[in-house]
Design a binder for this molecule. Structure first.
Ligand code: NAD
Ligand code: ZN
Ligand code: ZN
Length: 391
């Protein structure tokens, strides 16, 4: 089959690779009809995650048709022919974390949990197409993919919604929604969102759906800010104005009630970034020396407010403003998205027309053109917001 593979730092190649095979009785094989490139894939592309190997299949946002199901999967749950979307975290459905609906912290889905523990100092769950650190599972930017614990993750799509309407249930919509939900939004709230990428845009939509009075978008890419403005949000270009001062002006001097970090690691956004990976010790340290989004969010939030972090971090972040966090009684909430929790409620919101995730799609390519998709998404060319690939 054809698949998008990692081919060294800043290079992906579409290659012929062996078709996936069933390994466990609870596996399924899905023929992929649509898949997307995510901001998280850029952390692999730029080599920040040091456990990618040449030939690893990329992709954790995918959907398609079930073509094979193991004998351990109840046919009432999943059968050949079903049209499904597949959540990016792999979850067993039975461990302590899964029982608490903390699916992205599943204790059983990462056979390489020890590697993550050693590298980052904490275990991680399995994730499709996200390096050996998260289990070495082949990803979904391919014609076929093996889905472990197929009786837990995949959600059947039984209505006639298009792939484009439901594809982002795999990651970006639930992640963005969780970012807004962690803000406990009240009807008078001003919510500021750092990052107007796919996650940021859908976090703004989610904040509105959850009842925010006013939503503010912060980014530096004019076309992404335009997209937010067209959707009805106030925008701040951090290359042109001092973000904190502008936020104080917009909030009678108090700061936003709730702040969402939809940026995370800024390795690809030109910030002076020091990455220290000690190969011998296999440890990683990370420092940035400018006020990045998280620091700015903590320093801007009003006293007693909530800072919700869905941008991805790894390693250590230097100059964390612990003083502002503590002295202003802020609440900090974060997590890889527990996608499974949100599937049914968000599918209903899409069906009712409350959220239209298709508004972020700017490019659709055949799978073979994935390298171009990565290029324009990474370098913010051609007004690229979100790329969908068709295998
Ligand atoms: P993206 O790279 O397309 O968007 C990030 C945006 O942030 C860009 O538009 C960039 O210009 C902007 N930005 C950079 N520095 C900024 C700053 N200091 N202030 C304001 N904006 C700034 O990525 P995306 O697909 O929208 O993903 C965003 C983040 O969410 C990534 O870190 C990604 O890994 C993460 N993510 C998290 C989860 C999760 O489960 N928590 C899931 C998916 C993605
Ligand atoms: Zn993603
Ligand atoms: Zn589990």
């Amino acid at each position: 089959m054809r698949a998008v593979t990692w081919a060294g730092r800043n290079t992906v190649e579409v290659r012929d690779v062996p078709d996936p095979v069933m390994l466990n009785s609870r596996d399924a094989i899905v023929r992929v009809t649509s898949t997307a490139i995510c901001g998280s894939d850029l952390h692999l592309l730029n080599g920040y995650v040091p456990t990618m190997q040449d030939g690893d299949v990329m992709g954790h946002e995918f959907m398609g048709e079930v073509v094979e199901v193991g004998p351990g999967v109840d046919p009432a749950r999943l059968s050949v022919g079903d049209r499904v979307i597949v959540p990016f975290p792999i979850a067993c459905g039975a461990c302590n974390a899964c029982a608490a609906e903390l699916y992205s912290c599943c204790e059983n889905s990462n056979p390489n949990a020890g590697m993550a523990e050693k590298l980052f100092g904490h275990p991680t769950a399995g994730i499709f197409g996200y390096s050996h650190l998260t289990g070495g599972f082949a990803g979904g930017q391919a014609q076929y993919v093996r889905v472990p614990f197929a009786d837990v993750g995949p959600l059947r799509i039984e209505s006639d919604l298009t792939d484009e309407q439901v594809l982002f249930l795999t990651d970006v919509l639930p992640t963005a929604y969780m970012g807004a939900e962690m803000c406990d939004i009240q009807p008078t709230d001003v919510v500021a969102v750092w990052g107007a990428g796919p996650i940021g845009q859908l976090a703004m939509d989610s904040a509105r759906v959850l009842g925010a009075a006013h939503v503010i978008a912060i980014d530096k890419e004019p076309y992404r800010l335009r997209m937010a403005e067209q959707a009805g949000y106030t925008v701040i270009n951090f290359d042109e104005v001092d973000v904190r001062s502008r936020l104080l002006e917009l909030t009678a001097g108090r700061g936003p009630d709730k702040c969402v970090d939809a940026v995370g690691l800024e390795a690809d956004h030109g910030s002076p970034h020091v990455r220290l990976y000690d190969k011998a010790k296999q440890t990683l340290r990370m420092e940035t020396d400018r006020p990045h989004a998280l620091r700015q969010a903590i320093l801007s939030c009003r006293s007693g407010g909530i800072v919700s972090v869905v941008g991805v971090y790894g390693g250590l972040i230097d100059k964390f403003p612990a003083g502002a966090w503590m002295n202003r009684s802020l609440t900090l909430r974060t997590g890889q998205c527990h996608v499974h929790r949100y599937l049914k409620p968000l599918l209903q919101r899409i069906e009712r027309g409350e959220i239209d995730p298709t508004r972020i799609i700017t490019h659709t390519f055949p799978l073979d053109e994935a390298p171009r998709g990565y290029e324009i998404f990474k370098h913010k060319q051609d007004d690229c917001e979100k790329v969908v690939l068709k295998p």
